[in-house]
Design a protein around this ligand. Structure first.
Ligand code: CTP
Ligand code: MG
Length: 242
């Protein structure tokens, strides 16, 4: 990419094919490298849909998305996948070793780099305890590890790829509050030059974000830091209180 991955949405509207009403309306924001942009909002607000537009799982119906100033449609699929790590809401592990799962998207990563990614993702301990460690087997869908472990392995996979844009879709909610806090503190260093976009359920996950977008029925109804939103947004106050 020409420049580190600034992600810019310009008046983006999106509707699923065949649906009458758009799911996202007139979304504009800029997620800058070195900053965390958080998205919060009730279930069905359009958070996952918004994230999915960035790696082009779908294309915007109207408006434009740019990365590093280049419209998404002018970036090749390869460039997009090399530069963006997305941890989906229901992260997926496939049948194979832990190492092969982590190297998906990071084929050249050394064992040392995999361990470093696991350390940041707070997954080093349970992998070290497994027989075979990096070579231990994961069953199809990751059914032989817990939901929280699956989530952390998928975060480690995202880190191993060393992208310049990270998308975390509700990736911290299966973690206890302590692990969530430790993981986010550990993320600061490896993501310091990247644009980080986090969808969160828990307000505590995003209080430190550089900007928070409050999404409601597909629209950004408020934006600002945690402190600013506490003052200005009733919707945000309701989320905090809930
Ligand atoms: N939707 C749809 N077709 C899809 C996915 C979603 O019509 N393939 C609709 C959903 O029914 C919802 C809206 O799009 O009305 C937004 O969905 P989504 O982006 O998944 O909402 P989230 O904010 O991510 O909800 P959650 O917190 O439950 O993950
Ligand atoms: Mg979602």
């Amino acid at each position: 990419l020409p420049t580190p991955g600034t992600v810019e949405f310009k008046n983006v509207t999106f509707g699923y094919p065949g649906a009458e009403a758009p799911v996202l309306s007139d979304i504009s924001f800029t997620a800058k490298p070195g900053q965390t942009t958080a998205i919060i909002g009730s279930t069905g607000a359009g958070k996952t849909t918004l994230l999915n537009l960035i790696p082009r799982l779908y294309d915007a119906t109207e408006g434009e998305i740019l990365i590093g100033g280049v419209p998404l449609k002018d970036l090749g699929r390869d460039t997009i996948s090399r530069n963006i790590s997305a941890v989906p809401q229901r992260p997926y592990l496939f049948s194979g070793t832990i190492a092969s799962n982590l190297r998906f998207g990071a084929q050249e990563a050394t064992e040392e780099e995999l361990w470093e990614a696991l350390r940041v993702a707070q997954a080093e301990g349970f992998v070290a305890e497994r027989e075979g460690q990096l070579d231990s087997k994961i069953s199809q869908g990751g059914t032989n590890v817990s939901g929280g472990q699956r989530q952390r392995l998928c975060i480690a996979r995202a880190l191993a790829a060393k992208p310049n844009t990270y998308l975390f879709d509700d990736s911290f909610s299966a973690l206890d509050v302590n692990t969530d806090a430790k993981l986010r503190a550990a993320l600061a260093e490896p993501t310091k030059d990247a644009a980080v976009i986090i969808v969160a359920q828990r307000v505590s996950t995003i209080t430190g974000a550089d900007q928070i977008l409050v999404l409601d029925h597909g629209e950004i109804v408020a934006r600002g830091t945690h402190e600013q939103l506490l003052e200005t947004s009733e919707t945000y106050q309701e989320i905090v209180a809930s």
